[in-house]
Each structure stands twice: as structure tokens, then as C-alpha cells.
Design a protein around this ligand. Structure first.
Ligand SMILES: C/C=C/C(=O)SCCNC(=O)CCNC(=O)[C@H](O)C(C)(C)COP(=O)(O)OP(=O)(O)OC[C@H]1O[C@@H](n2cnc3c(N)ncnc32)[C@H](O)[C@@H]1OP(=O)(O)O
Length: 475
């Protein structure tokens, strides 16, 4: 069987390890990666070489943890994910403590676990190309770094500088990473990078990471070392809570993780990171955001399907209609806008005329959560109608189309994931109740399904459609 690591021991005693994930076109830190890294470290601990250079035989250095393996493990509960996160951390700690120099060379995209491998290496040189991106995209898919990246970033850069990289998932080009001090240096091509690695190894025969040196402290100290820092981070958390409608989210987990990690030693920080990574990995949020950002995109890239213009118009109109119906019941634009924001909408898409000074605000009251549910349900129904009518087939399109083109909130993972999470029976009962109300626009909640079983069958059919071979879909 083809291996992940191709090792070449050169005459000068340097071992080059070229990465090429045999299970797919993009390098991922799969179980196979971990097993081969463990075996490599066993050999190096028994018979050291002068230095080790990791590089990639693929256009990318790697994208880190395989989201399918993470999802499968997460389905078994948090213990397995926590153990897996601790396992890869232990391997990266062994790299740091080998007692010989380990250098990573990056010539393409390096994110997640692969960037964490580079940070665990004693030095890292990257090709100076602004098209290359490095960093931590995890929050954008509902996760946080889980292979020691959050801890190493905080211990190298300090608290504030870690926030845009981790919480905002801002990927950066190599030149910026070098400027920040996340990587050691740059080079124009592989020959130059190899030469830089050789020079660095010759100058650092037994390197240690900064956090393994006596007296090391997180640059800039912890959360409570400065009053203004504490207040500004409190404000950041409050902002995330306000825009996220109070829902837990990866960004909040990452922010609190950064603060916790900055307050303790490296080893404790690693345990905190693994615990928070496990919490995110088992969350419905991760399932929704991985689904939208990676899985749906992948399906649509293959099939080339796009949302029908007529459905797109109805999706936008359904939201405006429900907003108008709520206004007609006596709710103020301000209250509807607040509820919309808490549900994850940009209130602009509701097209609400502003409250006037003479209008009596909130002549009626409705719970903010119920207003949000009404908006989400109203916008999900056109999708369900088209599924029943056979005008829409793909779950990937039904989920990502409304998010990308009609403002449906991304945290839900799209209308079908939202309905699945609510439960078809509950959604149907709610629609019937709202449709029976003697209030303006109530009839637009008339459900297109007679039974919850019929709704479930349509959801299953749409999901199956995306996994069926193309010929069957056409037939
Ligand atoms: C303990 C360790 C924990 C971890 O390491 S957690 C996981 C950390 N990694 C991530 O969070 C990366 C998630 N991926 C992304 O955010 C984006 O991707 C990128 C920014 C890396 C690249 O974006 P773009 O250039 O637009 O490419 P694309 O179409 O999104 O991805 C190319 C192909 O690569 C697959 N892919 C990307 N990341 C992963 C992954 N982490 N696990 C499995 N597959 C992945 C995609 O699905 C797609 O595949 P197709 O070509 O079939 O459409």
C-alpha cells in the first residue's frame, strides 16, 4: 500500500520527509498520517539523524484534520475526539522534544493540522508567494484548532495578535506570517527553501521551542494583566453574543480558549484546547458549517447546479412578506429587525420601512425567538414546496442556495438542515398552528406536506440525490 511519508536520507545526514496523502488529492492529517508520524518518531528517537525536513509532494502542504473522520469520531461522543486531539498533540510535542532540528517547508496552502505541524517544527520556511494562504480556518467551519495551534499561536504571538488569526479565521500569506514571527523566513523556490533549512539546521543542532525554555511567558501576559485588555475582550465577547443571538459558536469558544490558554502553562493549555476542540467537534454548529462550507460546495462544484431564478425571487419575497405581515400585526420595525438579527439575518434583507414618530411602536407583542422562527420558517417553505413539486432535487443546493443568495442564516446550515434539526413533526405542527391564525399573511404558512413522514421522505430523497451517480439522477 502506498505510504503517506516518503523519506530520503541524504549524504549530509538530513532526512527529508515528503508528504503525499494516499487517500485523496489534498493532504489531510488522517489516522494514516498519525500512524506514520508515530512510527517515524519511534525510529528517530532510537536512531537520531542530523535534522529532519518536512515538505509536500502535493500543490498544498495540507488542510489538516479530515472533516469526515472528525465527524465520524464526533458521532461517538466527546471522549474519542478529545483523545484524538491529545494524540496528535503528543506527536507534535515529540517533534519538539526530539533533541534534533525539525524544519517544515511550505510551498502551498497550509492550514489546520498541517499548519500546526509547521508551528511545532523548530523552524518553518515558506515560498514567498502572496497566493499562498496559511492559518487557521477552523472557526469558519464551526471548529477551533485542535492540534496545538491555538496554544502555540498564543505562546508565540500573545493574546491580541492571535484573535484575528484564530477567531476571525483570517488566512494570511507567508510574508505576513514571517512578519508576525509565526514562521522563520521566506524563499523564492524549493532550492532556496532547502538551502535556508540546511543553514538553519547547521546553526541550531539542538533547538528548543520558546515555551520549553526556562522563564518563558506568553508575550504580553494574560487576560487580567491589563485592565483595558480585559474590558476590550469583554466587549468582543458581548459583540459575538449580540450578533449570534446568544447561540454558542466557534468564535466564542475560540476567544475564551485564547484567554484561558494565555492564563496557564503550555501543558495545561493543550488540555484546554483539546477539551474545547471536542466541544466544537460534536456541536450541531460544526455539522452545519462543515456541511455548507465544504460538503455542499463540493457537491455543487461537481454537478454545476444553481438556484432557479424564480425560486430565488420567491425566497426573497417570502421573507419580505412575513416581515410585512408582522408589521401589519402591530410590531415595530425595530423589534422585527432585532429579532431578525438574533436569528442570524441581516435586517436589510427584510426591506422594512422605518418606524415613524407617529406610529405606535409594538402595538402587539411577540417573543423575539418566535419572530425569528417565523422568518426562518417562512423562508424555508418555498424550498420545501419546490422539493415536493419536483422542481428542486439536491439537498446541497436547497441548503446552500438560500444561504448564499437569499440571506438565509448560515449558522443553520441551510433550510433543510434547520428543518431536520427542529424535527419535521414539530415544524409541521407549528406551520399548521400559524396558518390557522386569524392574522395577516397567515396562509403563507400553509404546509406543502400532509404528514411529517412525507416531509421526512422528501428530506431523505434530497440527501440521497446528491450521493447518487449522475446517470441515475438524469434517468
Ligand atoms: C486535531 C486536528 C484538527 C484539525 O485539523 S480540524 C480541520 C482543520 N482544517 C480546516 O478547518 C480546513 C477546512 N477547509 C477550508 O476551510 C477550505 O477548504 C480551505 C480554506 C482549506 C481551502 O478553501 P478553497 O481553496 O476554497 O478550497 P475548497 O474547495 O474549500 O477545498 C478543496 C477540496 O479540499 C476539501 N477539503 C478542504 N479541507 C478539508 C478537510 N479539512 N477535510 C476534508 N476535505 C477537505 C474540500 O472539500 C474540497 O474538496 P472537493 O475538491 O472534493 O470539493
Amino acid at each position: 500500500m502506498q505510504s503517506y511519508f516518503t523519506e530520503t536520507l541524504n549524504d549530509d545526514g538530513l532526512l527529508t520527509v515528503a508528504l503525499a496523502d494516499p487517500s485523496g488529492p489534498v493532504n489531510r492529517t488522517t489516522d494514516r498520517f498519525k500512524a506514520e508520524l508515530s512510527a517515524l518518531l519511534d525510529r528517530l528517537e532510537a536512531a537520531p539523524v542530523r535534522g529532519v525536513i518536512f515538505l509536500s509532494d502535493r500543490p498544498t502542504f495540507g488542510v489538516g484534520g479530515d472533516v469526515d473522520q472528525i465527524a465520524a469520531l464526533a458521532a461517538t461522543g466527546p471522549a474519542g475526539i478529545f483523545a484524538d486531539s491529545q494524540r496528535i498533540k503528543a506527536l507534535f510535542r515529540r517533534i519538539e522534544r526530539l533533541g534534533l532540528p525539525v524544519v517544515s517547508l511550505i510551498e502551498g496552502l497550509a492550514v489546520g493540522g498541517h499548519f500546526e505541524l509547521a508551528l511545532a517544527s523548530h523552524a518553518c520556511f515558506a515560498r514567498d508567494d502572496d497566493a499562498i494562504r496559511l492559518g487557521f480556518p477552523e472557526c469558519a467551519v464551526g471548529l477551533i484548532p485542535g492540534a496545538g495551534g491555538l496554544v502555540r499561536c498564543v505562546h508565540r504571538l500573545g493574546l491580541e495578535a492571535s484573535i484575528p488569526l484564530i477567531v476571525e479565521a483570517r488566512l494570511i500569506p507567508p510574508a505576513r506570517a514571517a512578519e508576525l514571527g509565526l514562521i522563520t523566513g521566506l524563499g523564492p523556490d524549493r532550492a532556496a527553501l532547502l538551502a535556508a533549512a540546511r543553514d538553519w539546521i547547521a546553526a541550531h543542532p539542538a533547538p528548543h521551542q520558546p515555551w520549553d525554555r526556562k522563564g518563558h511567558r506568553v508575550p504580553g501576559g494574560g487576560l487580567f494583566d491589563r485592565r483595558d485588555r480585559y474590558l476590550s475582550l469583554q466587549a468582543k465577547t458581548a459583540g459575538l453574543i449580540a450578533t449570534g443571538g446568544g447561540r454558542p459558536c466557534a468564535e466564542r469558544t475560540a476567544l475564551s480558549g485564547i484567554c484561558e490558554v494565555a492564563a496557564c502553562g503550555f501543558a495545561d493549555g493543550e488540555v484546554i484546547e483539546s477539551r474545547l476542540f471536542a466541544r466544537q467537534a460534536i456541536s450541531a454548529e460544526a455539522e452545519a458549517r462543515i456541511g455548507l462550507r465544504l460538503k455542499d460546495r463540493s457537491v455543487l462544484k461537481r454537478s454545476g447546479q444553481a438556484l432557479d431564478q424564480d425560486l430565488l425571487q420567491r425566497l426573497r419575497q417570502s421573507l419580505r412578506d412575513e416581515a410585512a405581515a408582522l408589521r401589519a400585526r402591530g410590531l415595530s420595525a425595530a423589534r422585527i429587525g432585532k429579532a431578525a438579527r438574533q436569528a442570524g439575518y441581516d435586517p436589510e434583507v427584510l426591506d422594512l420601512a422605518p418606524d415613524t414618530a407617529t406610529a405606535r411602536p409594538d402595538a402587539a407583542t411577540l417573543d423575539l425567538a418566535e419572530i425569528g422562527d417565523r422568518l426562518l420558517t417562512a423562508q424555508s417553505l418555498p424550498v420545501l414546496r419546490d422539493l415536493v413539486a419536483g422542481r428542486l432535487h439536491s439537498a446541497a443546493l436547497a441548503n446552500s442556495g438560500p444561504v448564499n443568495a437569499a440571506g438565509f442564516p448560515a449558522w443553520t446550515g441551510g433550510p433543510l438542515r434547520w428543518i431536520t434539526a427542529r424535527g419535521p413533526a414539530a415544524v409541521l405542527a407549528q406551520c399548521r398552528q400559524w396558518a390557522a391564525e386569524a392574522s395577516p399573511g397567515a396562509d403563507h404558512f400553509t404546509p406543502p406536506f400532509a404528514t411529517a413522514a412525507a416531509l421526512q421522505a422528501a428530506l431523505d430523497r434530497a440527501r440521497d440525490f446528491d450521493t447518487e451517480p449522475e446517470t441515475e439522477q438524469r434517468g
